[in-house]
Design a protein around this ligand. Structure first.
Ligand code: FA5
Length: 327
């Protein structure tokens, strides 16, 4: 009898241990067979009952039954637990992995950054100006008084009578010259707005990159040389450019630089020598200072660079288009 009691204790202990390390339903079934199966350890103990005398048999039987029930119950509980866990963790290992996109630069941003790098390499600093601008900076200080016909060329959205969405980056010229004494050499990239048609080569919101160089004895050849160099750096050393006389109220003489892009010439840059009236507006003596200024159409540059013939592609946010130019 004592012997049997000990065996029951040992079995109870070993079962507990084994149950603790069960990881799945299959293992659990094996455990059940090992203890309660036809040849299971508990089942075999019941067979020993015969060998005991009748008095002891009762007590031993009760002992074994308790053990059997305990084990059965523990097995049932564990089974429920494992089933629940399996429901929670239904992992389909055949599913393809999830793709996380890191994103990239918009083609306009990428081209703009390349342009900035070229000018920084030539010694230009980078300045910023506001997109909502005063009439004074966008027009008046640039020698475009009220009712000047040039205002029609740059019609835009007005916020108040004196405040508007800037039509070009040239107001930054005025802001910097008001603030700092020459010599000055900077570029200023940014977004500008116009009441323009949305067609293949025009957008009502687009990007410009302004440039200003003010020093003593700056000449038109300095301007030409710099812009030609810029075009060749950007489009390759065989690039052909041409300067055509033009008119801007804030430069004199004025020109436009076009670049040949295979299918013809595209006007990319407005430029010229800083007009004396602009120097006067910012309190610089036009007899002492000279300068050149230019404004590059960033979108047009990007069109040539990427071989695109419709500016609207940049603003449609069609991922199939944008992905082709991700860098
Ligand atoms: C100007 O805006 C002058 N501020 C440029 C300038 C700066 C001249 C400094 C002299 C000295 P213009 O309006 O031509 O100029 O515009 C400059 C460039 O912007 C054009 O050559 C063209 O490449 C681009 N551009 C003009 N309008 C649009 C538009 N609607 N969509 C896209 N690009 C445009």
């Amino acid at each position: 009898m004592e012997n049997l009691k000990k065996k029951v204790e040992v079995l109870r202990e070993s079962f507990r241990e084994a149950l603790g390390s069960v990881r799945g339903l299959e293992e659990l079934e094996k455990l059940r067979v090992r203890y309660l199966g036809r040849k299971g350890e508990i089942t075999l103990l019941f067979k020993l009952l015969k060998e005991l005398d009748p008095n002891e048999r009762r007590e031993a039987g009760a002992l074994l039954n308790t053990l059997k029930e305990e084990v059965q119950e523990a097995l049932n509980l564990k089974k429920e637990e494992l089933k629940k866990a399996r429901g929670r963790e239904k992992v389909d290992l055949t599913l393809p992995g999830r793709e996380y996109s890191l994103g990239g630069l918009h083609p306009l941003t990428a081209v703009l950054e390349e342009m900035i790098e070229i000018f920084v390499g030539l010694g230009f600093k980078v300045e910023e100006g506001p997109e909502i601008e005063w009439d004074f900076y966008n027009f008046e200080a640039l020698n475009i008084p009220p009712h000047h016909p040039a205002r029609d060329m740059w019609s835009t959205l007005f916020i108040t009578e004196k405040m508007m969405l800037r039509t070009h980056t040239s107001p930054v010229q005025v802001r910097v010259m008001e603030r700092e004494k020459p010599p000055l050499r900077f570029i200023s990239p940014g977004r500008v707005y116009r009441k323009d048609a949305f067609d293949a080569s025009h957008s009502p919101a687009f990007y410009q990159l302004e440039g200003l160089y003010v020093d003593k004895k700056v000449t038109f050849s300095d301007l030409k040389g710099t812009l030609e160099l810029f075009a060749r750096e950007l489009f390759g050393s065989n690039t052909r450019v041409k300067f055509v006389p033009s008119y801007f109220p804030f430069t004199e003489p004025s020109a436009e630089m076009s670049v040949n892009w295979g299918k013809g010439w595209l006007e990319l840059v407005g430029c010229g020598m800083v007009h004396p009236a602009v120097f006067n507006a910012v309190g610089l003596d036009p007899d002492e200072w000279t300068g050149y200024a230019f404004g590059v159409g960033v979108d047009r540059v990007a069109m040539i660079k990427l071989g695109i013939d419709d500016i609207r592609l940049f603003y449609e946010n069609d991922l199939r288009f944008l992905r082709r130019y991700l860098r």
